[in-house]
Design a binder for this molecule. Sequence first.
Ligand SMILES: Cc1cc2nc3c(=O)[nH]c(=O)nc-3n(C[C@H](O)[C@H](O)[C@H](O)COP(=O)(O)OP(=O)(O)OC[C@H]3O[C@@H](n4cnc5c(N)ncnc54)[C@H](O)[C@@H]3O)c2cc1C
Length: 480
Amino acid sequence: MYDIIIIGAGVTGCMLAHKLSQYRLKIAVVEAGCDVASGASRANSAIVHAGFDAAVGTLKAKLNVKGCAELPELARQLDVPYKNNTSLVVAFDSEDEETLRKLLERGRSNGVPKLEIIGKEKLRELEPNISPEATAALLAPTAGIICPYDLTIACAENAVVNGAEFFFDSRVDGIECNDGSVTVRAGELELKARFAVNCAGVHSAELARMVDPDYPVDVIPRRGEYMILDKSEGRTCKATLFACPSREGKGILVSPTVDGNIIVGPNAHRVAPDDTSTTAPGLDEISKGARKLVPGINLRAVITSFAGVRPTPTTDDFEIAPSAKAPNFLNLVGVESPGLASSPAVAGYAIEMLAGMGLGLEKRDDYNPFRTHDGHLKKPLRELSDAEKLERCRENPAYGKIICRCETVTEGDILDAIRRPIPARTIDMVKLRTRAGMGRCQGGFCSPRVAELISSELGIPLDEVTKRGGSSVLLFGETK
Ligand SMILES: Cc1cc2nc3c(=O)[nH]c(=O)nc-3n(C[C@H](O)[C@H](O)[C@H](O)COP(=O)(O)OP(=O)(O)OC[C@H]3O[C@@H](n4cnc5c(N)ncnc54)[C@H](O)[C@@H]3O)c2cc1C
């Protein structure tokens, strides 16, 4: 019997697990994918929005501003790279400038600090590569960038260190709520708890209806496509550059990433819930949007493309409330953008609600809020000084063997990822934790070596090592 079962291990579910793990609670997290961040939390713009987009008075607006203020300290505690790079919404004509004034007013009403509209001279001074057609911009000094899957992994690992249990490859297909207990089924797996929380992203409305068939909110899946540029283009811009928002969303952006690449995207098109394919017309659309902001952007330096699916609620707000049919089942439905920026505040709000539903919150004495480099998380070799590198390699020669040449990831770094609290069991799990395969060659050189390391370290036959779980094996059949 658990105290609480969290369904879905995206940033919402993992942040909630992380924050709940400071209390004396037995926590289970059930996830359909083979890793955390299997949904929108893996593929998004990675922007810590300041909080001027959401309508005044909405939960989204309140939790965005709060989450944006909380994230820098949380990122420090969890050793997740975060950068306060600021954001600029760029205007190109008088209609756009009117939109900037509305955003400024809305932002101030939402409580976003230090917002200001700047003219084209200041804009060009800040961003020399911006289009000469740009006329003004809304500057948000509190906006930032963070790695969304790194944050999710960090929250999950810290929750595990503090006692939470994760069940992967477990798609919930049945929920039964009785007085005082919830039974959650995922195939053969059956778990019971006093409370359960639905953090299933684009599938959250489906799960809400497993408990209450009349659940009124729908989630519309809307795909956003992206391209990543090589680090050689890292000087394209310093701030996150947004086009003016439209009814479709925040528009196409050009932004640095915390790892030094440039990200371009997203568009917004309705698709099936898990359709993360990229399309030629979609990539053309985002190329045009990026060139409008930065005409000289070098799109020949694209090293990969990907897509994420937004869980857009029909109410246009985060729907966080207990099920009308079960007082011990909490729904977090339609946590779309700015769900990443808001995640610490969303988790805090959910915890307040759970307390109101009767979940006792007694603090543990042995809670560890940190993910320390000298504990279960070691700094990758590439981040050490020359003297530290030498010492690390002397202690363990595995750190002297480079496996991913593009991102300078060593055998020692990969073995560390395989030995972490949530062990990396697939090539993509190693990639998300070490960056092996994220460089210019996109894993062309290192994937076979990574597969061998997973195979030997975890005792999995080489032809059973997968790229991302399920049937995604790399090797099958025999050659001469
Ligand atoms: C294109 C795009 C751009 C975005 N840009 C930004 C941005 O710049 N800044 C920002 O703040 N936010 C952004 N967002 C929003 C942000 O990504 C989401 O709000 C956030 O990731 C939602 O996290 P989540 O954990 O609620 O959902 P998810 O990350 O989707 O996690 C849900 C999890 O539930 C699992 N699941 C689903 N069904 C079941 C089931 N039946 N049983 C078990 N598990 C299940 C899924 O596998 C998944 O892992 C963007 C989103 C998209 C798609």
